[in-house]
Design a binder for this molecule. Structure first.
Ligand code: PLP
Length: 396
């Protein structure tokens, strides 16, 4: 039967907006109506891009670095990424293993497009970054969520993992430290995941976007460093969070050369390439002063301590100390309401915008996600408003 011109391809039928953008739109509407709202919903640093990076981007535009570049990125940036990722995880990479894209998200999308056939199974964390499931389904692959367990500091439920991984598993996605929980994966679990990837001959995608925002001295082992893993691991990373560059759109992947070549071709035939001056600014980000990264890490860490203490002081809420990223994921189960009801109530009653845990998957039920990408003063004020609103709710 011929389709009506407004019947869209099946592969888009499951797509939904990201929860954070929906809540932001509602909060902005309330602000337009005169309400004061404290924003703890959007996952982007509240700092400006560091000055040396901004100035380098402006210089590059003025110098005429405004043309097409090679699809996989300009050689100097690919080399800087190979060197910095190599130094971070203790391995050596060639620039040919690096693919640059407009944001980190394309380095989730295109490697999955290159690897997944319809029916392949993909293991990913629930709660987890919403784009994982959206991309898996877009490729016609089968999403296999593995719960993150609060009592394990939001690391994978490894028993469930053991039951779900099998011959049909093509890819395992991990995200330490994670959005939305801030949890990291213990070294022993990383080893188990790697063993399973080798046994079932599948790939691992390690979303490393928050690895520079870690607040513990515990060593974090990158799964790619485990023997037998470098030929089956993709590291996805980017500039958005570490260098406060969300709007520049600059990210990258590090992967085996054969896969990098295919991902480069997918970029050629989709976006073409990443903006030239953005890439030049990226070189400055990686090779310039890193003390600024350490400074924002210290600020995030002290805000984390403020928000975790404040949440635990509210009767009915318990909140673990996240080891990284800029999110807290408090447990609100004692209120007997859904996460969505609680998030709506706190927006309306307290004027605090935050997200229901279910924006990140069904296992997020009973939790909220708050970001600490706002000043300590704003966080303290939000905590007082939340406390007051929840006190009223208990009395109802
Ligand atoms: C876990 C995770 N991965 C990837 C991304 C995408 O980063 P980018 O904005 O550079 O595309 C984000 C952004 O929120 C994220 O939280």
């Amino acid at each position: 039967m011929k389709k009506n011109h407004q019947t869209f391809a099946n592969r888009t039928a499951h797509l939904e907006p990201e929860g954070a953008y929906e809540v932001l739109a509602r909060a902005q509407k309330m602000e337009a109506d005169g309400r004061e709202i404290i924003h703890l919903e959007i996952g982007q640093p509240d700092f400006r891009t560091f000055p040396n990076i901004g100035i380098e981007g402006i210089r590059a535009i003025a110098a005429g670095e405004t043309r097409y570049t090679p699809s996989a990125g300009i050689p100097a940036l690919r080399k800087a990424i190979a060197d910095s990722t190599g130094a971070r995880i203790g391995m050596e990479f060639s620039p040919r293993q690096v693919v640059v894209g407009p944001g980190a998200k394309p380095l989730l999308f295109f490697p999955m497009m290159a690897l997944l056939e319809p029916g392949d199974e993909v293991i990913y964390p629930d709660p987890g970054f919403p784009s994982y499931r959206a991309i898996i389904e877009t490729m016609g692959a089968v999403p296999v969520p593995i719960p993150l367990k609060e009592e394990k500091d939001f690391s994978f439920d490894m028993e469930e993992f053991g039951r779900k991984v099998n011959d049909r598993t093509r890819l395992i996605i991990i995200n330490p430290p994670s959005n939305p929980t801030g949890g990291i994966i213990p070294g022993a679990d990383i080893l188990t995941l790697a063993e399973a990837a080798k046994k079932f001959d599948c790939w691992v995608l390690s979303d490393d976007i928050y690895t520079q925002l870690v607040y513990t001295d515990e060593p974090m082992k990158n799964i790619m460093t485990i023997p037998g893993m470098k030929e089956r691991t993709i590291i996805m990373d980017g500039f958005s969070k570490t260098y406060a560059m969300t709007g520049w759109r600059l990210g990258y992947g590090v992967m085996p050369e054969e896969l990098a070549d295919i991902v480069g071709l997918l970029l050629t035939h989709s976006v073409g390439c990443t903006a030239a001056f953005t890439q030049v600014a990226g070189i400055e980000a990686l090779t310039g002063d890193q003390e600024q990264v350490a400074a924002i890490r210290r600020i995030f860490r002290s805000r984390r301590d403020v928000i975790v203490k404040g949440l635990n002081d509210i009767p009915g809420i318990t909140c673990r100390l996240p080891k990284g990223a800029f999110y807290v994921f408090p447990n609100i189960k004692s209120f007997g309401k859904s996460s969505k009801e609680m998030a709506n109530y706190l927006l309306e009653e307290a004027g605090v915008a935050l997200l229901p845990g279910t924006s990140f998957g069904p296992m997020g039920e009973g939790y909220l996600r708050l970001t600490f990408t706002n000043s300590s003063e704003a966080i303290e004020k939000a905590l007082a408003l939340i406390k007051e609103a929840l006190f009223k709710l208990r009395k109802k």
